[in-house]
Design a protein around this ligand. Structure first.
Ligand code: AMP
Length: 309
């Protein structure tokens, strides 16, 4: 992939930078990179005036094939596709990896250019949270079910607030989120419904490496040995789902599965079977549809995954 080169002199009035990707000297496409809210609104107004539908794909960058699958789905579902890249400080606790989170902006732009995305929204932290910013969204329901929220208590407040802002900034007709972050998908869906946000939230399937490991920007943290052990998470999820489907009691299945995950070198935060929509506790398959959700650390890296039963 060829690194994008800045294209100077276009859309200055909109304070956007055009990125041109060249291959063999030919300009393939130009990708507007918008960093200011005023410029974003002007660009989007052009789409709206033409009655073109808009899809938003929110990301924190460090794009991989999972993100790009969301973009492809967005392209099938709307005329215009906006991808946001914002590493949101509000969803990281002080001890978490905000400062070291992978940032691969040039490669991200090259990938989005190749996919012919219409616009990339890249606000700075100061643009997103200007001096005096004081309003937060408190997510409930699926956000307080004792899964991610029990281990990252600040997380869904930060996510819900920034996604509410992105919805307000972009006013998309649809927004695409990955099932990889299953609880997040349910939290955003509930927020949009509860706050009457006129956006359709769509969940996209998890993209995996060949060995089953869910693609994640954080997989870059894994050492070779950790990377070799990491697919255990998905393998155990699959086996557990099959056993539960076949009638093995949930509690016994999960006890054995937790032990297997620990044997592979993980420290488990949770491995649970929950109601697939509400994420409420379940006692048996009769309480379904069910979803298995796991979060576990290997070395310093925390991985999450989930699967339908
Ligand atoms: P992130 O940049 O990690 O915040 O992710 C941005 C979006 O991409 C979220 O909606 C994620 O759920 C989604 N996503 C991340 N990894 C995957 C994956 N492996 N498959 C599908 N979607 C993903």
């Amino acid at each position: 992939m060829v690194a994008p080169t800045p294209y100077i002199g276009l859309s200055d009035s909109h304070k956007s930078t055009m990125i041109a990707q060249t291959l063999g000297g030919n300009v393939l496409a130009k990708l507007p990179v918008v960093r200011k809210l005023g410029a974003l609104r002007r660009s989007l107004a052009r789409y709206r005036n033409r009655r073109e539908t808009i899809a938003l794909v929110p990301t924190m960058g460090a794009l991989h094939a999972g993100h790009l699958a969301l973009v492809r789905l967005a392209k099938r579902r709307a005329k215009r596709v906006v991808v946001s890249i914002f590493v949101n400080p509000a969803q990281f606790a002080p001890h978490e990896d905000f400062s070291t989170y992978p940032r691969t902006f040039a490669a991200d732009l090259a990938a989005l250019t190749a996919l012919k995305v219409d616009l990339v929204w890249v606000p700075s932290a100061a643009e997103m949270y200007p001096e005096g910013f004081a309003t937060k969204v408190i997510a409930g329901g699926p956000a307080s079910t004792g899964l991610e929220d029990a281990f990252r208590p600040h997380f869904f407040g930060g996510v819900a607030t920034v996604v509410a802002k992105l919805f307000s900034q972009v006013a998309p007709d649809i927004a695409i989120f990955g099932q990889k972050d299953y609880q997040q998908l349910k939290v955003i869906t509930a927020m949009a419904r509860d706050l009457d946000m006129p956006v359709k939230v769509i969940g996209a399937p998890t993209m995996r490496e060949k060995d089953g490991l869910a693609m994640s920007s954080r997989n870059a943290y894994l050492s070779a040995a950790e990377r070799a052990a990491a697919p255990t998470l998905h393998r155990i999820l699959k086996e557990s789902a099959a056993q539960i489907k076949a009638g093995k009691p949930i509690a016994a299945t999960l006890t054995a599965s937790r032990a297997a995950i620990e044997r592979a070198g993980f420290e488990i935060d949770y491995l649970e079977a929950r109601h697939a929509e509400t994420l409420a506790l379940v006692a048996s398959v009769k309480d379904g549809p069910l979803r298995l959700l796991v979060a576990a650390k290997i070395g310093k890296t925390r991985l999450i995954d989930n699967i339908a039963v």
